[in-house]
Design a protein around this ligand. Structure first.
Ligand code: AMP
Length: 190
């Protein structure tokens, strides 16, 4: 099994690259952001809880997020591997993911971080907000909060997997194909 974490700040291109990776490597793509947006659009209790945090650019609490992720992973017993996109975003999430995979007799193969500078991210997300319909993509102060939360709570996850010799950094500036080529180089060496 190949289990990948696609890592990087909001707007760094994780979703775009995930779509290309699943095509080439037949992995199951799990984006916690997409799962929350699905729940919110259906006004489920989980969606209504998540909305409060997402609207402010804050993280949804681990207690909610980890359970949702676990259900999704367990609903794919046939999977040849997973791409985790937007998860884990905290150290407790990383620990829970490792425990879940250990229980399935597998583990994370690599964490691939897309590096993009803050000002470029703000430009990209504001542009995406013009068509995504996402309220958290349209307000600069919410976007700045998401970046702050990334730097304080999520960035440590890179070091957590670095200690396991699994973290790779990739320049997230370039064409979609150039970035995908760099990701493929890492994956083909695993
Ligand atoms: P994303 O589409 O990955 O940028 O996620 C959009 C929003 O959903 C984030 O700003 C968070 O509020 C929430 N979210 C997504 N994934 C997680 C996670 N792993 N932990 C906590 N909150 C999350």
């Amino acid at each position: 099994m190949i289990n990948l974490i696609l890592f990087g700040p909001p707007g760094s291109g994780k979703g775009t690259q995930a779509a290309k990776i699943i095509e080439k490597y037949t992995l199951i793509h799990i984006s916690t952001g997409d799962l929350f947006r699905y729940e919110m659009s259906h006004d489920t209790p989980l969606g209504m809880q998540a909305k409060e945090y997402i609207g402010k650019g804050e993280l949804v609490p681990d207690s909610i997020t980890i359970g949702m992720l676990r259900n999704k992973v367990e609903s794919h017993p046939e999977a040849k591997g997973f791409i985790f996109d937007g998860f884990p975003r905290t150290i407790p999430q990383a620990e829970a993911l490792d425990a879940l995979l250990t229980g399935m007799e597998t583990s994370i193969s690599a964490l691939i971080a897309l590096e993009v500078q803050d000002e470029e991210i703000i430009k990209r997300i504001m542009l995406r907000g013009e068509t995504s319909g996402r309220p958290d993509d349209s307000d600069e102060s919410i976007i700045r909060n998401r970046i702050e939360v990334y730097n304080s709570e999520t960035a440590p996850v890179f070091d957590y997997y670095k200690q396991q010799n699994k973290s790779y950094s990739i320049n997230g500036i370039g064409t979609i194909e150039e970035i995908f080529d760099h990701i493929s180089e890492v994956l083909d060496d695993l």
